[in-house]
Design a protein around this ligand. Structure first.
Ligand code: UN1
Length: 499
């Protein structure tokens, strides 16, 4: 299918795709596929005001009814799955299965949010005073600004939006400048759901703003947007987080990862190899959860490295739309350059690099690259950095305590895992003295998390949680209420204050 056909099938019109200043390229072949009109930063106050007005209406709609809108969104996503998946592939370079998988993740979070819309449970709390009742209630908080990254251009938006909508909050979405087309398509899918929903979905419940830093900064700076959920680099989060906090907003940050796998002597190595390859080279190493460090027991290191080198040599790299391809292109030439620079630094720090070179014969115009396996003498500076590319550093350990120390000794804290058949090792890894990450798995790679769990991590990963579990609480305000149904006025803490 040509790029134009993919765009048309996803419902994007010629008029929408042209006449603007933001050039959009497909990483598949570098072709320019659109010139989008950008949001004028001057319009941001009005956009935020519209969102505030929508909030006044939406917060009054009962939560299960709000859930109905998300149910319809899930239905529309099911109907559009193939076309939207293909557009994700066109715009990010993900292979077809991963493009479709991303849309599936959107459908799944919609289902989750629909169930949630009949819950949003509060608490009753035992009061220390006679004739008193204490409760905790969750209320809508207001407009949520969603700043999303290129690598999961639509799933991460949907995690935030499905929850925000059932929680009673409108959304203003600023997608990555590298992936605005999938955002346009999602906006249209949302509008279909909203049209079916009826009149109680206010105008401006979902607004899309397209552009660069200035547009994002307007969201970040505005008191009219109480929650900013930002996904991207640690550098970006380091700017956004303090700015949001300084105006008393709530940042939900999902930033860089430097995810590791410990492979213990008892590990099922064939299973480990499959998990390593998917999580290290899948999405061309451009997931937040990508496996970047392999911490292998000394006794099995040589065997495992040999198996991996063999498997890496067979991996089909090329057009992500072609059947059988497992590794598509990097997002752009800049990503490829950054990868090559990191490999040079790794060499200078004593690393032995296997693979990792550009694959020029794949598709002209795209930044295709062979995944790299890099044996390192220790956890040097470059290993502690996240390079958003398929580089897997291999380190060696002897005792489990050392392995856990190596695993935790990086600034990031997103995903981690251990391959072992030894229950003591597995439980230690998951315990309070084990992995310090937001995600810790046993006999599963660090990537490809299900939507049902809370997603996010500690340290420079930003501390935010999105998606499942009780992440919805981040999109609501908590209210504690004490009701006195007695004829006395006892004070808490036994204080006497007779007037
Ligand atoms: C991301 O890379 O920002 O766990 C999100 C995973 C996916 C989500 C990744 N479910 O790999």
């Amino acid at each position: 299918m040509t790029h134009s056909e993919t765009l048309a099938k996803a419902g994007l019109t010629e008029a929408e795709l042209s006449g603007g200043t933001l050039a959009v390229h497909s990483p598949i072949d570098g072709a320019e596929v659109a010139r989008l009109k950008q949001t004028d930063p001057f319009d941001m106050p009005a956009i935020i005001a519209t969102s505030q007005e929508a909030f006044q209406i939406w917060r009054r709609v009962p939560a299960p009814r709000r859930g109905e809108l998300v149910r319809l969104l899930g239905e529309e996503l099911r109907a559009a799955k193939d076309e939207l998946g293909a557009l994700v592939t066109l715009e990010t370079g993900k292979i077809t299965a991963e493009g479709l998988g991303e849309v599936q993740e959107m459908i799944d979070i919609c289902d989750f949010a629909v169930g949630l819309s009949r819950q949003l449970y509060g608490l009753t709390i035992a009061s220390e005073r006679p004739g008193h009742r204490m409760t905790e209630t969750w209320h809508p908080i207001g407009p949520v600004g969603v700043i999303s990254a290129f690598n999961f251009p639509v799933a991460v938006w949907s995690w935030n939006t499905a929850l925000a909508l059932v929680c009673g909050d409108p959304v203003i979405w600023k997608p990555s400048e590298k992936t605005p087309l999938t955002a346009l398509a999602c906006k249209k899918i949302f509008e279909k759901a909203a049209a079916r929903f009826g009149d109680d979905a206010p105008e401006g419940l979902l607004q899309l703003v397209i552009g660069g830093a200035e547009v994002g900064e307007a969201l970040v700076a505005s008191k009219g947007v109480p929650v900013i959920s930002a996904t991207g680099s640690t550098r970006m989060g380091g700017v956004v987080g303090p700015k949001v906090a300084a105006r008393w907003g709530r940042p939900i940050l999902e930033l860089g990862g430097n995810n590791a796998m410990i492979v213990a002597p008892s590990a099922d190595l064939d299973m480990a190899v499959r998990a390593i390859v998917f999580s290290a080279v899948g999405t061309a190493g451009q997931r937040c959860t990508t496996l970047r460090r392999l911490i292998v027991h000394k006794s099995i290191k040589a065997e495992l490295v040999e198996k991996l080198i063999k498997t890496y040599a067979t991996l089909p790299i090329g057009d992500p739309r072609s059947k059988g391809t497992l590794i598509g292109p990097l997002i752009d030439q800049g990503a490829l350059d950054a990868m090559q620079t990191s490999l040079e630094v790794a060499k200078a720090e004593g690393g032995t690099v296997h693979g990792g070179g550009p694959v020029t014969e794949a598709v002209p115009g795209g930044a295709y690259v062979a995944p790299a396996l890099v044996e390192m003498p220790g956890q040097t500076d470059i290993v502690k950095k996240e390079t958003f590319a398929p580089i897997l550093y291999v380190l060696e350990y002897v005792g489990l305590d050392d392995a856990i120390e190596i695993q935790n000794e990086v600034p990031q804290g997103l995903a981690s895992c251990i391959f072992t058949l030894n229950v003591r090792e597995a439980e230690t890894f998951l315990s309070s003295v084990g992995s310090d990450c937001g995600i810790a798995n046993v006999n599963i790679g660090p990537s490809g998390a299900e939507i049902g769990g809370a997603f996010g991590g500690e340290k420079e990963t930003g501390g935010g949680r999105e998606s499942g579990s009780d992440a919805w609480k981040g999109y609501m305000r908590r209210q504690t209420s004490t009701v006195n149904y007695s004829a006395e006025l006892p004070l808490a803490q036994g204080i006497k204050f007779d007037v």
